[in-house]
Design a protein around this ligand. Sequence first.
Ligand code: UDP
Length: 238
Amino acid sequence: ETDQLKYKRVLLKISGEALMGDQGFGLNPPTVEKIAAEIETVVRMGAEVCLVIGGGNIFRGLQGSAQGMERTTADYMGMLATVMNALAMQGALESLGVHSRVISAIPMDQVCEPYIRRRAVRHLEKKRVCIFAAGTGNPYFTTDTAAALRASEMRCEAIFKGTQVDGIYDKDPQTNSDAVRYDTVSFDEVLQKNLKVMDASAIALARDNNLPIVVFSLMKGAGLMGTLKGEGTFTTVG
Ligand code: UDP
């Protein structure tokens, strides 16, 4: 079964906002369950899955600092938000019988595991989903950078970036009907044209480690499973 998958070990990056459903804030349990079910199908196929979830549905550092908060304090609050999202996703995976671990860049022993690279690799080999939380553990970074970092450390074959749309377009497809989707685009083109995929430090890290980024739609089309098999529409940055 695993032969059908184009990539065996992948890192899935989703924004915190992907978990809030139609609400303007926070966590929407049915939406979390839907994404957990997507992950379940690929785990059952034999894929080794790392997961990085943002925190923007709860708190963003930049927002806090714009309101007068010290930037690093606000960033730590953002990192803590990602831990909440990770725990919610773990709960949803668990209720489907999928084994997972929440692994935090900031140790919080009563809540989840600390990040120890070899231990995380072992979890993946045992087909446990590794949910990497608290970003990189450093302020001034984002969960996109954390995704590129952990994917490199775990030797993932690709980053799967789940978004609202099925790839990267030359302009916003939700407001321009003549927007054209790229099948493939180079890292340098993404940086030069400032295409909104992931932030520049994440793109540079992925480029330097030859880590392709597959941008696909989380909610429509072939889904995570189809995209892992190379079906449907998506954009590959590589
Ligand atoms: N954050 C951070 N360091 C990291 C990752 C995240 O300081 O390595 C903070 C930052 O304040 C960010 C917040 O956590 O705004 C939430 O993460 P992000 O904005 O990447 O979430 P997303 O936009 O993907 O939901």
